[in-house]
Design a protein around this ligand. Structure first.
Ligand code: NAP
Ligand code: MG
Length: 477
């Protein structure tokens, strides 16, 4: 049975309650996790506070950085074990799971290296004054993360928080948290002081809600759905703490007729099938200039029809989706679009040897999707790509910005002026030009505008989000 880490100890829930963990590969139960509740969150927050007042709070930035670098190496030393856990828990192909662990280690490396390089400032002021701007931790930071990239998301969220000297409490997703529980244990092994890193597994409405509204936390980082994101911001408001929200997306590829056909087509397909479409930054809309729409879509369709779905061990393009309700959700979108008369241009194939009872879905490419159809503006969170034509640059920008979301976009053109104009006009947090990336890129500030959330993670901006400043004004005459 898996366990939580609270105050440097491996523990079960105080109530003794547990939850069963199902594998999306076959739908069967294979592990048990503690069902933490408000009482466990209370202990975790208290342990974090104690750590700030104790050994963790007294560590220098250099020592914190060294611990994090040690952790990066420890993660790499355990990468295969973590990847196997992640693949079993989420269903993702082994190659993806292995890559996720490299990214996890990168977060500890990047932020560990940065820990002693965040300096304060001296501000010139009136004669007779010395003004120092100190950069300080926020205190106890709460991290609520989703099931799609559990290990990566945990690294992304706690890396900058620990580097700045905060003590963290993590609530991973009930559907996939085994790698996260193990990461917390690995942190103890490398010598993080008790309470610096606490983790409480359990249900969102129980452990998650208790953490978000806890009166002794100083910050919340949340990645997940828009519905829950709003609840998190409400909880943060009641305690007047800051929150960073990374929510959904409906990210467009904008492909002009002068684009590198082959590169664009293969990148577009990869961008939607990665992690079986369960990526907030999935490129789920394909906007293509009308005069070469047919030519481009036939190439995309050809590549899309080669997509294969299987178990983690088969190591194909996609695994199953995470749970039954996600499977039903994706299938419902596909069935509804067909009922509405939308045309399927290509479908991937589920390997005939996958076990019964797994949560497999068929990757599907729809063509000529009207901008007002739900498939053109709602997040499916599955391997479903909606293509539509545009006539000119202005039309492309209007379509690209025409959803509530604003997380990421890609523009494909060889025209330099157009690259700059479109990148500036797109309303989102990241724009790729002649390329596309989801996950990774730990150096690159990331986050949304509009309904995709606010605040920035990754890069140096996350260090600013997870710290505060104090201005010390000293009159010396
Ligand atoms: P979710 O239901 O919002 O879950 C996210 C996390 O919040 C989980 O740990 C969940 O716990 C917890 N939670 C649920 N209800 C809660 C509550 N009332 N109070 C506090 N915490 C609560 O999202 P999901 O359905 O698992 O994930 C898919 C969604 O996340 C998609 O919409 C996707 O776009 C978004 N997402 C965004 C990003 C990004 O970086 N922008 C990344 C990944 C996913 P339990 O699951 O244990 O209930
Ligand atoms: Mg959920």
């Amino acid at each position: 049975m898996a366990h939580m880490i609270i105050g440097g100890k491996a523990v079960q829930a105080q109530s003794g309650k547990t939850l069963e963990v199902r594998s999306p590969v076959d739908g069967l139960t294979f592990e048990t996790i503690p069902r933490g509740e408000a009482a466990d969150i209370d202990l975790a927050v208290a342990a974090a506070r104690q750590a700030l007042n104790g050994a963790w709070g007294k560590m220098s930035a250099l020592e914190r950085g060294r611990l994090m670098l040690k952790m990066a190496q420890h993660v790499l030393d355990h990468a295969e074990e973590l990847a196997l856990l992640e693949a079993q828990d989420t269903g993702k192909p082994m190659t993806t799971a292995r890559n996720d662990m490299v990214v996890l280690a990168r977060y500890f490396e990047f932020y560990g290296s940065a820990a002693d390089k965040i300096h304060g400032e001296v501000i010139p002021f009136l004669n007779g004054y010395q003004v120092n701007l100190l950069r300080e931790p926020l205190g106890v930071t709460a991290h609520i993360i989703p099931w799609n990239y559990p290990a990566q998301m945990m690294g992304r969220s706690i890396g900058p928080a620990l580097a700045m000297g905060n003590a963290v409490v993590v609530k991973p997703a009930e559907d996939a948290c085994l790698s996260c529980l193990r990461i917390a244990e690995l942190a103890l092994e490398v010598g993080f002081p008790p309470g610096a890193l606490n983790i409480v597994s359990g249900l969102g409405e129980e452990a998650g809600a208790a953490l978000a509204k806890h009166p002794d936390i100083n910050f919340i980082s949340f990645t997940g759905s828009n519905e829950v994101g709003v609840l998190i911001q409400q909880a943060a408001a009641l305690n007047a703490v800051k929150c960073v929200l990374e929510l959904g997306g409906k990210s467009p590829h904008v492909v002009f007729s002068d684009a590198n056909l082959e590169l664009a087509a293969s990148t577009v397909v990869r961008g939607i099938i990665q992690n079986t479409g369960q990526t907030c930054t999935a490129g789920s809309r394909l906007l293509v200039q009308s005069d070469f729409y047919e030519e481009f879509l036939s190439l995309v369709a050809e590549k899309f029809s080669k997509v294969r779905v299987g178990t983690p061990e088969m190591n194909l393009d996609c695994g199953p989706v995470v749970n039954l309700s996600q499977q039903q959700r994706v299938n419902k979108y596909i069935a509804q679009a067909q009922q509405d008369g939308l045309k399927i241009l290509a479908q991937g194939q589920i390997d005939p040897n996958v076990p019964n009872g797994g949560y497999y879905v068929t990757p599907t490419l729809f063509g000529q999707v009207p901008a007002e159809h739900p498939l053109a503006h709602e997040e499916v969170f599955g391997p479903v790509l909606a293509a539509m034509p545009f006539v000119d640059e202005a039309h492309a920008i209007a379509l690209a910005n025409g959803t509530d979301y604003g997380l990421l976009a890609a523009v494909w053109t060889e025209n330099g002026g157009r690259q700059q104009r479109v990148a500036k006009a797109l309303k989102c947090g990241q724009v790729f030009v002649n390329s596309f990336g989801a996950g990774g890129g730990v150096e690159l500030p990331f986050g949304g505008v509009k309904s995709s959330g606010h605040g920035r993670e990754k890069g140096f901006m996350a260090l600013e989000e997870m710290s505060t400043t104090k201005t010390v004004i000293h009159f010396h005459g």
